[in-house]
Design a binder for this molecule. Structure first.
Ligand SMILES: Nc1nc2c(ncn2[C@@H]2O[C@H](COP(=O)(O)OP(=O)(O)OP(=O)(O)O)[C@@H](O)[C@H]2O)c(=O)[nH]1
Ligand SMILES: [Mg+2]
Length: 211
């Protein structure tokens, strides 16, 4: 009985201390995967969202509680944008992340769970490193804790298969799959709370390491 109340108390402390911490959370991912929609779901802050890829073209900082949320432009294909501009945007994102790596507490790599497996296979067939794989490894190399939001869950038939496919490509060990990949639907809200809790957990772990 006592341990039950103790656990409840601990849980309460863990969840309430979060808004006091200042954290920087970045959202990255290909164009049109739902980064801005997810930010709106998580924070209630309206950021530009759209049907066409390339809606967010600049790095946008949003204040939310004590946190700083950074909405990145999408990388990869963007409707109506020349290849050079797409490359420039990608370089901008890479530089921003490199320059701010020590200040970034969590990166949320958003992927479109429906489209990602096919796109990854297509890139591999061409002998190229898929951009999502490249970004995940880039974040890991910079020691930025990263969680992968496997979005558009409402459109995915076999979630387990998609998650395992991505885990293999991203080289995530089996025992880290569940805490690395969170299938969500930003549009309908499924599992968004779970993702939020995972983000908070990472922030807490990181703070624990620093203190
Ligand atoms: N079916 C479905 N559609 C979604 C989901 N999340 C986002 N979308 C749709 O995907 C489209 C792109 O959403 P955005 O949030 O603008 O995507 P983004 O990643 O910010 O795009 P860029 O700013 O262009 O990089 C919109 O039409 C959203 O309604 C989801 O969970 N399910
Ligand atoms: Mg956007």
């Amino acid at each position: 009985m006592i341990s039950f109340f103790f656990k409840l108390f601990q849980k309460f402390i863990n969840y309430t201390d979060i808004p006091l911490l200042m954290a920087t959370i970045v959202f990255v991912g290909r164009s049109n995967v739902g980064k801005s929609t997810l930010i709106y779901r998580l924070t209630g802050k309206r950021v530009r969202r759209g049907k066409r890829p390339g809606v967010t073209r600049k790095i946008i900082e949003i204040e939310w509680k004590n946190h700083k949320i950074i909405d990145m432009p999408g990388f990869g294909f963007m409707a109506g944008l020349p290849k050079e501009v797409q490359e420039r945007i990608k370089d901008e994102i890479v530089h921003f992340i490199e320059d701010n790596a020590s200040k970034i507490d969590v990166a949320v790599l958003v992927v479109d769970g429906k489209a990602a497996p096919e796109i990854i296979e297509r890139w591999e067939k061409r002998g190229e490193i898929p951009i999502d794989v490249e970004f995940y490894q880039f974040l890991r190399e910079l020691n930025i804790p990263t969680v992968v939001a496997v979005n558009k869950l409402d459109k995915i038939k076999n979630v387990q298969r998609v998650v395992h496919f991505l885990a293999e490509k991203f080289e995530v060990p089996w025992d880290e799959i569940d805490k690395t990949f969170i299938p969500i639907s930003a549009k309908f809200g499924d599992n968004v709370e779970k993702l939020k809790n995972r983000i908070y957990e990472i922030i807490r772990e990181r703070r624990g390491q620093r203190e």
